[in-house]
Design a protein around this ligand. Structure first.
Ligand code: UD1
Length: 423
């Protein structure tokens, strides 16, 4: 097992290019399986979750080649509609392949995902939407046996919560369904818009992505497609939190300003100075962060749940008390006891509210990453702490941040990846 050794106290200076978005490439890779054509995808981050998705594509018979940050998927000979449990478990969001397999083969056999680090993660919205599109789903012994007796058909689906994964699964199933599909109360995240852009290039007509009502109209044909994955707004907030915790001034290249609109005012309120020049964002922070009275995570365009832990690391050192409400996932404060080991003063009330009493300094400690963003939050907190932090279970971070230590080292952080002592 690998871990990070982080010696805090170095300010961050320099510039970095932002990686492609994990949450965009995963559903787009699933969509590739449904086209039966060739897709050339640029700006694909090198992440363990992306490798897991590629393993699924290969398992069902796709040819996949990676050339640096470009991935080429040829799904013309794909024939497998079953994903074994081992592959499903490699990646939390593998359920996204369900819609794609149904679209391509009219049937699918996958294991039902269990809960995960950040919550129960039910898929009831995915399944009820697919049922309404003509899919028979039998849930037996942890397996989902799905088959369309007649053809998959479009429908008018109203989600009772704008679930990102359910919106994507419906869009994927709708790619080859008979007739138009309308999703009401769809998720509005930028990654949904990216999936829609990819589908439009493939020959599907998708309108309304980024708004609450999305319409998907298949054409019955799929074209070979070239597409560039959008930049990762959550990794942008990881870098912003790094500067806010450690101090300094960095330039993040290839950002999409509009995608960052929900988080910029919050980081500014905490004392960061942020400016843009075309697709470059400069973030500067000197001195102690300021408290933020009450931050609530919400579906886009609200403050993202994926940035909650990262921002908590910042205000843990603020002057004053901040309150953070987590409204999306029920188990997303697992970084709190670890931050407290570093000297933070945070208490969780009623599961979903954290009261953060800012402390002047954090100190190094032996801490454990419990999930991807919580782990990244501990790493950036360590960069702004006094002394040495040993951060275990960094495989969580590798799921979503490409070359985490290389990126921060290039900005001046003292961070090393090492094999755990005694292994
Ligand atoms: C995606 C993102 C994740 C992000 C989340 C919210 C990917 C790969 N992951 O996850 O990083 O934190 O969006 O922005 O894109 N829910 C149900 N029933 C369902 C589906 C969801 O109750 O059928 C609940 C979930 O348990 C959760 C909430 O809805 O409490 C949000 O989930 P959802 O938007 O679906 O998130 P994911 O797609 O899993």
């Amino acid at each position: 097992m690998e871990e990070f050794i982080i010696n805090g106290g170095n300010r961050l200076y320099g510039s970095v290019k932002l990686q492609g978005a994990k949450n965009s490439i995963l559903p787009i890779l699933a969509a590739c399986a449904a086209t039966g054509s060739v897709s050339l995808l640029h700006n694909c981050p090198k992440l363990s979750d992306v490798e897991a998705a590629i393993n699924i594509l290969r398992h069902i018979g796709c040819k996949v080649e990676r050339r640096g940050h470009t991935v080429i998927v040829d799904s013309s000979n794909a024939s497998g509609y079953e994903i074994p449990d081992g592959l499903m478990r490699e990646m939390r969001s593998s359920i996204i392949f369900l819609g794609a397999l149904l679209s391509r083969f009219g049937k699918a056999r996958v294991t039902a995902p269990g809960g995960c680090e950040i919550g129960l993660r039910p898929i009831d919205l995915h399944l009820s939407a697919l049922r309404s599109m003509g899919v028979n789903i039998a849930e037996t012994g942890g397996m989902l046996e799905c088959v369309c007796n007649a053809s998959l058909h479009g429908g008018h689906i109203t989600l009772n919560f704008p679930s990102v994964g359910a919106t994507e699964n419906i869009m994927l199933a709708a790619m080859s369904a008979k007739g138009e599909t309308v999703i009401v109360n769809a998720a509005r995240e930028p990654e949904i818009v990216d999936l829609a852009d990819y589908l439009n290039k493939c020959g599907v007509t998708v309108t309304g992505a980024g708004q609450s009502i999305i319409r998907i109209e298949p054409s019955g044909r799929f074209f070979a497609t070239e597409h560039r994955i959008i930049p990762d707004r959550i990794v942008a907030s990881t870098l912003m939190s790094g500067v806010a915790c450690a101090g300094g001034r960095i330039c993040i290249k290839e950002v999409e300003k509009e995608h960052l609109a929900p988080i910029i005012p919050i980081y500014e309120a905490a004392g960061c100075k942020i400016s843009f020049s075309e697709r470059e964002m400069t973030v500067e922070s000197f001195g102690r962060p300021r408290r933020v009275r009450h931050l609530r995570t919400m579906p886009y365009p609200g403050f993202p749940t994926d940035s909650q832990a990262l921002f908590m690391a910042v205000v843990s050192k603020a002057s004053g008390t901040s309150v953070i409400s987590e409204n999306i996932f029920e188990n997303r404060f697992r970084h709190v006891p670890e931050l407290n080991k570093m000297g933070a003063d945070i208490r969780v009330e009623n599961c979903c509210v954290a009261v953060v009493e800012g402390v002047r300094n954090l100190h190094g400690a032996n801490v454990t990453a419990c999930d991807l963003r919580g782990g990244s939050a501990l790493a950036v907190a360590a960069m702004g702490a006094e002394g040495q932090t040993v951060l275990e279970n960094i495989y969580h971070i590798d799921r979503g941040c490409e070359s985490f230590e290389t990126v921060f080292e290039s900005l001046g952080a003292d961070i090393r990846r090492v094999q755990r002592a005694g292994e």
